[in-house]
Write a protein that binds this ligand. Structure first.
Ligand code: UTP
Length: 310
């Protein structure tokens, strides 16, 4: 039976963002800027470019800024119009256009009980349909097709739950969900087992799950029965694993550049990389980065010579 198209995308955005404290004390980490746009906007743009019709934001306490970001700000528009700031009005209109292209619905996760629980919170809005899940932390740009579209196409082809995966050195996969596959050639692999955040030294493969999924209704049914797993949270990985055997799960090695904005070093790296790829910023930043690099190299050389006693 041909899989039906995927119309809805869940954005779990109710986590506490503790790795970014104190900046996330009073604002959601999904609103932290990647150059000049909040990370969640990149995800919404990707969902729209992938044919999604409804975005379901799962939010928690203190997430008002996300709602406001995708809403019109009449006061700001009025202020800019009065001052003839047409270029800035155009930027606002671009954000405003997103909520014309897709319906944005908000649902509250009352307690941050984990990613699986956040997805389950949206169950009644996706009943009986395959749905997409995007984690705003994982920004994916520049593939042959938008990353989510690659997953949706794979779902149409296989009817399976689809996971976006990327290969990393084994020493680096411990903070991700990791999949074991049948090792087939090409970008699609049949998943045979999954482990959430494996202990260092026990990683079953080098294929880490990143924040893009297409879930079949079987996963929602499994979440209905879920108990807390690693870190006392309801893990999405455990629920997907629970469907293995009865329902196919496929991993796709997607095409595109992955920016991990969920940790402070990753976030800074993503900002620098994207800024250096943007005309108008690169000219300003290039000389600064060159000077900083020279400073760092000189400090490293001094440290090395003091260590070797030269
Ligand atoms: P993370 O673990 O990366 O986010 O969850 P976090 O919990 O906010 O961050 P730290 O670990 O404290 O720094 C992945 C995604 O799942 C959402 C988060 O908002 C993030 O987008 N999430 C997580 C929820 O919506 N609810 C939860 O209970 C947990």
């Amino acid at each position: 039976m041909a899989a039906r198209t995927v119309r809805k995308a869940i954005f779990p955005a109710a986590g506490l963002g503790t790795r970014f404290l104190p900046v996330t004390k009073a604002q959601p980490k999904e609103m932290l800027p990647l150059v000049d746009k909040p990370t969640i906007q990149y995800g919404v743009e990707e969902a729209i470019a992938s044919g999604i019709e409804q975005v379901i934001m799962v939010t928690g306490g203190g997430k008002r800024a996300i709602v406001d970001h995708f809403d019109r700000s009449l006061e700001l528009e009025h202020y800019l119009r009065k001052r003839g700031k047409d270029d800035l009005l155009r930027i606002l209109a671009e954000v405003d256009r997103l909520s014309d292209l897709v319906d944005i619905t908000y649902i509250q996760q009352k307690e941050p009980l984990g990613l699986g629980h956040a997805v389950w919170t949206a169950r009644r809005l996706v009943e009986g349909e395959a749905c997409a899940v995007l984690l705003a932390d994982d920004v994916i740009l520049g593939g042959s097709d938008p990353c989510l579209k690659q997953l949706i196409d794979a779902h149409h082809k296989t009817g399976a739950t689809i996971l976006a995966v990327r290969r990393f050195p084994r020493s680096q996969v411990a903070r991700y969900g990791v999949v074991v596959t049948d090792g087939g050639a090409g970008p699609l692999h049949k998943v045979t087992d999954m482990v959430e955040k494996p202990k260092p030294g026990t990683e079953p493969s080098d294929l880490a799950i990143l924040g893009r999924y297409v879930l079949t209704p079987a996963v929602m049914a499994e979440l209905d029965r879920s108990e807390p797993g690693a870190g006392s949270e309801i893990q999405l990985t455990d629920a997907i694993k629970g469907t293995l055997g009865n329902h196919p799960v496929v991993a796709i090695e997607f095409d595109g550049d992955y920016y991990d904005t969920g940790t402070v070093p990753g976030y800074l790296r993503a900002n620098l990389t994207l800024a250096m790829r943007r005309e108008g910023l690169r000219e300003e930043l290039g000389p600064l980065l060159r000077d900083l690099l020279q400073e760092w190299l000189a400090a490293e050389a001094a440290r090395e010579s003091s260590n070797t006693g030269l």
